[in-house]
Design a protein around this ligand. Structure first.
Ligand code: GLA
Length: 366
């Protein structure tokens, strides 16, 4: 466990999957997890790149067993966790689980403080491929030390497990977590409304230096298709998370998706931005009058631009090649939501952008 960044190849691009929390909170059971995994396949999400099916808080019984092991709530998971993981694996997917570094989970269920090695071993035996470790009930504990212990515990299992650090950005994890885990939350919990998505976005603007292959900033799981978000807002949220090289963990009900939501979270050209092999997180290059421009550099020299209109009236957002760091006189422009080439551009890009939406353009130098 050196001081450098992780480079174990477990998360060369940001992890993609589904997590139960945003939509279902603690109402998790075997049926929900298996049906969600099946829906991930049937909806085309697996083929679009989604991989992990993660059960968040609420799966444990209120007490450890006599040996000191965490056990699943027998009413919710009557066949235990390993049986669920087996079913998820049989669908060609990875299985993820949740615990908490403190004495209790955020829901007050038993958590892992003092049991790190035991719990990691048990998770590995169950077939866990992705582990989220939360930070409730940790008073007096230092996150850096405790998450380093988790990294050792996971490593000791010899099973490849993606480690998701969830201390909400309080101790500036971007400065230390890259040598410990594959992703770390940078903020408090997201909510399914536009002000929350925008507030979280603002907190990411200066974090692009800290992320890259196998170590990603995590601005929290997706709310696409949840709560009060309109489809334009959901699309903007999704595209901006792709610009941020964020983990794409869907948080909606996969079993019951309107076509436009399914279309948004499986949009191949947006996902390709998130999963770009260069792994360079985007940044904000313009912000004025409720309009912003975000830029991400891609492998092969092309760039993607998101023109974001946070206001309530349609706007034409202009961005110069100087702001984008483009020297080429002329670029090809492709609209990634429309999946269509636009005319070429030179010197400046103009994007007509509806309120609470983002125009997403890929610029390819000639
Ligand atoms: C915290 C985390 C959430 C979720 C809940 C579960 O709030 O930040 O993502 O895991 O706990 O209780």
């Amino acid at each position: 466990m050196g001081l450098g960044r992780l480079s174990d190849g477990l998360a060369p691009t940001p992890p993609m999957g589904w997590n139960s929390w945003n939509r279902f909170k603690g109402n998790v059971d075997e049926r929900l997890v298996i049906e969600s995994a099946e829906a991930m396949v049937a909806s085309g999400m697996r083929d679009a790149g989604y991989r992990y099916v993660v059960v968040d808080d609420g799966w444990m019984a209120p007490q450890r067993d006599r040996d000191g092991d965490l056990v699943a709530d027998p009413a919710r998971f009557p066949r235990g966790i390993a049986a669920v993981a087996d079913r998820v694996h049989a669908l060609g997917l990875g299985f993820g689980i949740y615990t908490d570094a403190g004495t209790n989970t955020c829901m007050g269920l038993p958590a892992s403080l003092g049991y790190e090695f035991r719990d990691a071993r048990r998770f590995a035996e169950w077939g866990v491929d992705y582990l989220k470790v939360d930070w409730c009930h940790t008073s007096g504990m230092g996150p850096r030390t405790l998450y380093a212990k988790w990294a050792m515990a996971v490593h000791a299992t010899r099973r490849p497990i993606v480690l998701s650090i969830c201390e909400w950005g309080r101790a500036r994890p971007w400065e230390w977590a890259g040598s410990i885990g594959h992703l770390w939350r940078t903020t408090w919990d997201i909510q399914p409304d536009w002000p929350s998505v925008m507030a979280i976005l603002d907190r990411q603007a200066d974090l692009h230096r800290f992320s890259g292959p196998d170590h990603w900033n995590d601005p929290d799981m997706l709310e696409v298709g949840n709560g009060e978000l309109t489809i334009d807002e959901s699309r903007a949220h999704f595209a901006l998370w792709a610009i941020l090289a964020a983990p794409l963990m869907a948080g909606n009900d996969l079993r019951d998706m309107p076509d436009e939501v399914r279309g948004a979270i499986t949009a191949p050209e947006i996902i390709a931005i998130d999963q770009d092999p260069l792994g360079r997180q985007g940044r904000r290059v313009q912000s004025k009058d409720a309009c912003e421009v975000w830029l991400r550099e891609l492998a092969g020299g092309s760039r993607v631009v998101a023109a974001l209109n946070r206001g309530t009236a349609s706007r034409e957002i202009a961005v110069t090649f100087g702001e984008l760091g483009i020297d080429d006189r002329r670029v090809r422009v492709r609209d990634l939501w429309e999946r269509a080439d636009r005319s070429t551009a030179a010197g400046e890009i103009l994007a007509d952008t509806a309120p609470h939406s983002a125009t997403v353009l890929r610029l390819v130098p000639y």
